[in-house]
Ligand binder design. Sequence first.
Ligand code: XIL
Length: 356
Amino acid sequence: MRYSMLILNLILLSVNSISSQSVSLYKTYQKYFPIGVAVMSDALKEHATDSLIKFHFKSLSPENEMKPEVIQPQMGKFDFSKGDSLVAYAQRNDMRLRGHCLVWHNQTPKWFFSDNGGVISKAKLYKRMKNHINNTMRHYAGKVYLWDVVNEAAGDEEGAVYREKNSSWYKICGKDYIVKAFQYAKKADPNALLFYNDYDTEQPLKRSHVFQLLKDAKAAGAPIDGIGLQAHWSIYEPSEKNLRETLDLFSSLGLKIQITELDISVYPIENIRRKLRDGEELQYTPELAQKQQEQYEMVFRVFRDYKHVITGVTLWGLTDKNTWLDTFPVAGRKNYPLLFDVDGNEKACFKSIVGF
Ligand code: XIL
């Protein structure tokens, strides 16, 4: 009896896994754009994760493995081991690899900006920037096809085109650091595509800042190939109108566009860390699933309409079991922003984007 139950279970399990893997995401979008996923190097070792990634994705992004704090934790001590494991995985599985990221105010070690206990001079900081870009891009030349050269340099507040307050890059160098970073990157690996990457690019105020920043940088000689829209979105925004306007605006600059960090939170968008409020943590109810499905359906419909300018769409994580949104902006608030549930099963939003 027990034996036959076991057989039955095994049959059910295999039927389940076949039906849950019936449509490959990247194959469905083959005529549109490559579909990618951000991963941590450890996740590649898990069998379940590994097969899901291979079945659905053709492009990888390192969630943390190529950030300055990982690559150069101490001055001059480069550690490419984690990034290299992603390179090996991408090569084995015939996937593209996006580089993320070279110049950012976050996840960059403090030593970058200090010198003999004080603030470093602009000239010395440029040397460090150049050295970091050279070493990193040369190490990954021919392996990483594209880099987010500068990440999140635009300001969030009214009147601030640039992130002035909490960016040591800006405080020490002014806005020219953006141009310099792209120029160094172009020299370091002339074959890599060079992108500027930012968030909230669909909100009219932030969008106008990003637009101004890109126009200024291009005019000052920055070799920028494209813009990455991070797309940390929510079931409440962006609206279809704002999304279409954004894609029109940035493509009018002659830039290629990639959706680089897509996830759709079940909470409203917020960018400042804060504590959990009583009773605000949501269960993933059928109503929320429905709203999320509609939002995923809408944004992918728009992406397909813009396939002439969109050259890649990347999800910022694989399943709801592991998402950075469980810790940001509110630590300990569970979120459900991705296409696969905590057990790796396809959610309704997955079905809504492959069933067009
Ligand atoms: C996040 C990672 O997902 C987290 O694991 C890490 O702790 C913090 O950074 N914008 C970016 C990404 O450009 O690099 C961030 O990734 C999410 C916001």
